[in-house]
Ligand binder design. Structure first.
Ligand SMILES: N[C@@H](CCC(=O)N[C@@H](CS)C(=O)NCC(=O)O)C(=O)O
Length: 199
């Protein structure tokens, strides 16, 4: 399989963590395809021009990160990272959606900050920051420390917190509730997260 990636993309990191947790890392060849600056090689496989994109051994191209995570999880049916059915499944998928939304808001702020000062919107940044703060405050209720294995919801929370630390440490969003801080301390150096840490 070929994974079109950039080393700092949090969506790519989520996919790489899933690949490691599923024992698939050796089968994933990384293809450097940073979307900035244009032109990007990823546009040849994903018309959206975004990483991650995965080309499977059967030649099927998949995007975006939730679809790729679901594919990798299904490839090795043992120890699913996304429960197959029931409330547990919807909770994990909702948690991934919440965390991807945090990433969308965080990436939007990072891109805003790269624009010339006169073109930046303080209102857009404030709105995105509020969404991040509310969402991180909701992470505590999404935690499932007893989840075995480290499920896709928890992977998504770890990737979101890691990206906020990496790019937006100055916003001082932190981890909020003590339970979330304890959980983050316990998981942050897990091998799949250590191996994919940006920067
Ligand atoms: N929803 C997508 C988001 C992917 C995404 O936005 N990737 C960024 C890199 S962090 C990108 O490639 N952006 C290029 C662009 O927006 O043109 C996913 O989950 O894969």
């Amino acid at each position: 399989m070929k994974l079109y990636y950039s080393p700092t993309s949090p969506y790519v990191r989520k996919v790489r963590v899933v690949a490691i947790e599923k024992g698939l890392a050796e089968q994933v060849e990384l293809v450097d395809a940073s979307p900035w600056p244009l032109p990007t090689t990823v546009a040849a496989v994903n018309p959206l021009g975004k990483v991650p994109a995965l080309v499977t051994d059967d030649g099927l191209t998949l995007y975006d990160s939730p679809v790729i995570c679901e594919y990798l999880d299904a490839l090795v049916p043992a120890s699913p990272l996304i429960p197959r059915s029931g409330a547990a499944r919807w909770r994990v998928l909702r948690c991934q959606a919440l965390c991807d939304g945090v990433l969308d808001a965080a990436v939007a702020i990072v891109l805003e900050r790269r624009r010339p000062e006169a073109e930046r919107s303080a209102a857009a940044q404030a709105r995105a920051t509020d969404a991040i703060r509310r969402s991180v405050a909701a992470f505590g209720a999404e935690l499932n420390p007893a989840a075995t294995p480290f499920d896709l919801g928890q992977i998504s929370i770890a990737v979101a917190l890691g990206y906020l630390e990496f790019r937006l440490g100055d916003l001082d969003i932190g981890t909020g509730a003590p339970a979330l801080a304890d959980w983050w301390r316990a998981v942050r150096d897990r091998p799949s997260l250590a191996a994919t840490r940006p920067g």
